[in-house]
Ligand binder design. Structure first.
Ligand code: C2E
Ligand code: MG
Ligand code: MG
Ligand code: MG
Length: 287
């Protein structure tokens, strides 16, 4: 009866568990070779001012093209790397790649994602300082992006780490803001420069009064606290207009630019402003 049915269910469940564990192991194995095999690259997504689309910075995002599985999203492989020590190797590689770009860009900052485990590593501050000095760049051109998950566990220690990073001159951004736990408490307590509004709120702005209200509140709060606020995931003209009304100072999203390769990023950095997406075709000068 129940026992028999139960056993069937358990067996199916176990098989799918096996499957997913095996898959994770394969991903882990592939990832551990990915750097040496040159399968990873960094792409860069412009972050720009709302007023005149000036490119003020770039978010560095990792890409993995696996020979076995094709392109795999970091949303899938970063959490796997995070569960092993691989995250340190991948993260160090990403940081070095991102820092190297700064020597080619006239004045923008680069914003690098750090997972909770990276952030909590022993002597994280010393490590970042060392890599930055090695690259020969000013600390104020590196923005460290962390999520609330990274600071929630051990708030005391996190506050100290952020304080010291900021003392050294690094910029600190709280990523995916609004989705984490105890958001308001965190921004009061931690040394921050920037809030990145999670793209789920931007996505909801046109549809739900709630999302629009939250976006407005975050922008107000950020301003009142002297923080830069970046709206993530801006995909439409309508969202851009709504953010203008809300008084948002900075934006990032497919409507402005997808993440691009290093050489394209350098061209955008030199050009300094993103061209309007629908640029009017210049009238032909006739004689
Ligand atoms: P994130 O840090 O929140 O990065 C923003 C994500 O939103 C990126 O996804 C970006 O490509 C995507 N995005 C940007 N604009 C739009 C838009 O208009 N619409 C939509 N739908 N998406 C947009 P991506 O590159 O797939 O990265 C996913 C996540 O993986 C990142 O989220 C970050 O948490 C993690 N990640 C990526 N690269 C690294 C890395 O080098 N180190 C670490 N630790 N994590 C990374
Ligand atoms: Mg990010
Ligand atoms: Mg984000
Ligand atoms: Mg995210």
């Amino acid at each position: 009866e129940a026992k028999r049915a139960g056993r069937g269910v358990v067996r199916v469940f176990d098989e799918s568990m096996d499957e997913s564990i095996r898959f994770r192991r394969q991903i882990e194995g592939g990832l551990s070779q990915a750097i040496a095999r040159g399968e990873l690259k960094m792409v860069f997504q412009p972050i720009c001012s709302h007023s005149d689309l000036e490119v003020t910075g770039f978010e560095a995002l990792m890409r993995w093209n696996s020979p076995e599985y094709g392109p795999i999203s970091p949303a899938m492989f970063i959490p796997i790397a995070e569960e092993s020590n691989l995250i340190h190797e991948l993260g160090d590689w990403a940081l070095d790649e991102a820092l190297a770009m700064l020597n080619q860009w006239p004045g923008q900052y680069v914003s690098v994602n750090f997972s909770p485990r990276q952030f909590r590593r022993t002597n994280f501050v010393g490590h970042v300082v060392e890599r930055t000095q090695h690259a020969g760049v000013e600390p104020n051109r590196l923005q460290i992006e962390i999520t609330e998950t990274a600071i929630f566990d051990n708030a005391e220690r996190a506050a100290d780490t952020l304080y010291r990073l900021r003392q050294m001159g690094f910029r600190i951004a709280l990523d995916d803001f609004g989705t984490g736990y105890s958001s308001l408490w965190n921004i009061r307590r931690f040394a921050l420069d920037c809030l990145k509004i999670d793209r789920s709120f931007i996505d909801g702005m046109g549809r739900e009064r709630e999302s629009a209200a939250i976006v407005h509140s975050i922008i107000h709060l950020g301003k009142a606290l002297g923080l830069e606020v970046v709206a993530e995931g801006v995909e439409t003209e309508a969202q851009l207009q709504a953010l203008r009304v809300a008084g948002c100072s900075h934006m990032q999203g497919y409507f402005l630019s997808r993440p691009v390769d290093a050489d394209v990023a350098t061209r955008l950095a030199e050009q300094r402003h993103l061209m309007p997406v629908e640029e009017p075709v210049p009238a032909t000068v006739s004689d």
